[in-house]
Every structure is written in C-alpha cells, then in structure tokens.
Design a protein around this ligand. Structure first.
Ligand code: NDP
Length: 291
C-alpha cells in the first residue's frame, strides 16, 4: 500500500468554506466572532504563531486583536488584562499564547480566563467537561486531529491509538478525546512519555500513532508497524540552505516511515493548519453559544 497524505491544508480550506456560511448567519444577527490574543514578551516562535492565527481571522473578516505586554509584566497585571477581556462583549474567545515567562504561573493565568471564552480549551472546567464526555471547547490541536481523520473517513473504532507525549496542550487531551465515546472515536488508547521504557514496544502496536514530543525526526520505521496511520504534531526547526536558513520538520523521519505507513500527516501542512482552523471553529461556537 502506498502512503496517503492526510493534508491539513486541504481539509482546512474545505472547513473555511463551511465557516463562511456560519459567519454570515451570525452577521445577520449583528454578531462578529471575535478573538483576543494576549502575547507576553518577544519569544520569536510565539510571535509567528500569533501572527498566523490572527491572519486567518482577518482573512475571514472576523474580529481579532493582539494585546502585547512586556516580558516583565506581573501576574496581577496580566490577570487584570484578562478580567477586562472577560467582560468585553466584542471578544468571544481569549487566548493567552504559551509559554509564559517563568515568573508567571501559567495555571493561574489559564484559570483567570472565563471558561466560556476559553477557546483553547485549557481551563480546568473545560478539561473536566472533556474528561466526562461532555465537551464544550476541545483543545484545538486534538480536535483538529480528529476532524482531519474524519475527513478521510478514518475511524478510531477498533483501533489501538498510541500517543507519545502527555502535555496538557496536546498529548493528554488527544488521548482523552480518542478514547471518548462518539462517531470516529472509541479508540483504545495508550499514552507514552519520557519515562516510558523502550518506547517502540508500545509504538509498534499502534494502528494510529500520534507523536507530540517535539524531537526532530525521532520516530522511524523501527517504531511503527506496517500500514500504521501516523499523526505528526511535532514542529521542529532545523538548519537548511534555503533563503530562510531553516526548515520545519516533524517528529517522524519521513524518508523512513513513508515506506511502511499507510497514512501520514506532513509537517508542515498537516496538523498545524487544522489547529488554526479549530481555533476559528471554537471562536464561532463561543459566539453562537454565548453572544
Ligand atoms: P511539551 O514539551 O509540553 O511535551 C512534550 C511531551 O513529549 C512530554 O510529555 C514529554 O514527556 C514527551 N517526550 C519528550 N521526549 C520524549 C521521548 N524521548 N520519548 C517519549 N516521550 C517524550 O510539548 P507540547 O505537547 O506542547 O508540544 C509537542 C510538540 O508539538 C512541539 O514540537 C510543539 O511545537 C508541537 N505543537 C504543534 C502544534 C501544531 O499545531 N502542529 C500545536 C502544539 C504543539 P514528559 O512529560 O515525561 O516530559
């Protein structure tokens, strides 16, 4: 079987055409979905992520603003900014770009976002709702992965899903979502992390292998079984002779896995565009539910 590409670029284009209809419907009620992004400091990668997220909002004529604050800002000042946004009806979604500087407690900041505006799905109330099978906002990357598989008619039912990585952003929520009840879900899930001895024992049993570790081309054909479906969340920068001086690769070594896997997401162009599409989708949902 030759490798089939799961193209997040293609699928997100298809989704945007659906969103345009929803946005038009909201506009007839004088509602424009709005997102406020809070960017602390000048982390170059964060700036790029924020730019690509807000660009899509602009492309779709949605409301978005980025509030930039100094790296030295205090936790209290950041919470004041978030409180103001919680009470601003223009913004249906609030996103605080991570990582935050070390002197700021990430959890305190996430907890200060109104859970009904938490379009990232990181607030404990939303994490809890996902865990009990009644999700409100599903974190964008896990939701994007499932939407991508849905588009290609790949169900997790009767499949062993192995997730490598257990972060609150990606690994943990995708493992919860994949094992939830629901169409295209119902997978049987194993979660691995840096403390897992002999990773390949687990990854080789995966029908669907999802990697979210952020290690350049770490997983090879030695880690996967024939015809596995591979979802690569990793974004890793490596030096290159191109004009930028770098290129982006995933956690899987493409040349190696492409001879063995049945489906795989490319990096770039796989999970990344789906994550952004889901941010827009969650903001539309917030506008529909809570305007
Ligand atoms: P974190 O650094 O928070 O988590 C990485 C996870 O990988 C941890 O659970 C860690 O284990 C585990 N890990 C690290 N090394 C190994 C190893 N050798 N074997 C097994 N497990 C390992 O990262 P994130 O979850 O935030 O992001 C992961 C990657 O995904 C990054 O490259 C990030 O840039 C990318 N990303 C991409 C997105 C997209 O839209 N495409 C969106 C979000 C993130 P432990 O817990 O034990 O430390």
């Amino acid at each position: 079987m030759s490798l089939k590409i799961l193209s997040g670029l293609e699928v997100s284009k298809h989704l945007y055409s659906q969103y345009i209809q929803k946005i038009s419907k909201l506009k007839t009620k004088n509602i424009i979905p709005g997102l406020a992004v809070v960017l602390v400091g000048d982390n170059p990668a964060s700036k790029i992520y924020v730019r690509s997220k807000t660009k899509k909002f602009n492309d779709l004529d949605l409301h978005s603003t980025t509030i930039k604050v100094e790296n030295s800002t205090t936790e209290d000042d950041l919470i004041k900014i978030i409180n103001k946004l919680n009470n601003d009806k223009k913004y249906h979604g609030i996103l605080v770009q991570l990582p935050l500087p070390n002197h700021i407690d990430k959890n305190k900041i996430i907890n200060s976002i109104d859970p009904k505006k938490d379009v990232d799905g990181f607030h404990p109330e939303n994490v809890g709702l996902l865990s009990i099978g009644s999700p409100r906002f599903i974190p964008c990357t896990p939701k994007g992965i499932i939407r991508l598989m849905e588009f290609y008619n790949i169900s997790l039912k009767n499949k062993h899903v192995v997730v490598v990585g257990r972060s609150n952003l990606v690994g943990r929520p995708i493992s919860i979502l994949a094992s939830s009840k629901g169409e295209f879900l119902n997978g049987t899930t194993t979660i691995c992390h840096s403390g897992t001895p002999d990773l390949s024992i687990y990854t080789k049993t995966a029908d669907v292998l999802i990697s979210a570790i952020g290690k350049t081309e770490f997983l090879t054909s030695n880690h996967i079984k024939r015809d596995a479906i591979l979802i690569d969340v990793g974004i890793n920068k490596i030096s290159s002779n191109n004009s930028k001086g770098y290129r982006i690769v995933g956690d899987f070594k493409w040349d190696s896995i492409s001879k063995v896997a049945s489906y795989a997401t490319p990096v770039p162009g796989g999970v990344g565009p789906m994550t952004i599409a889901m941010l827009i989708e969650n903001t539309i949902i917030a506008a529909e539910l809570y305007s």
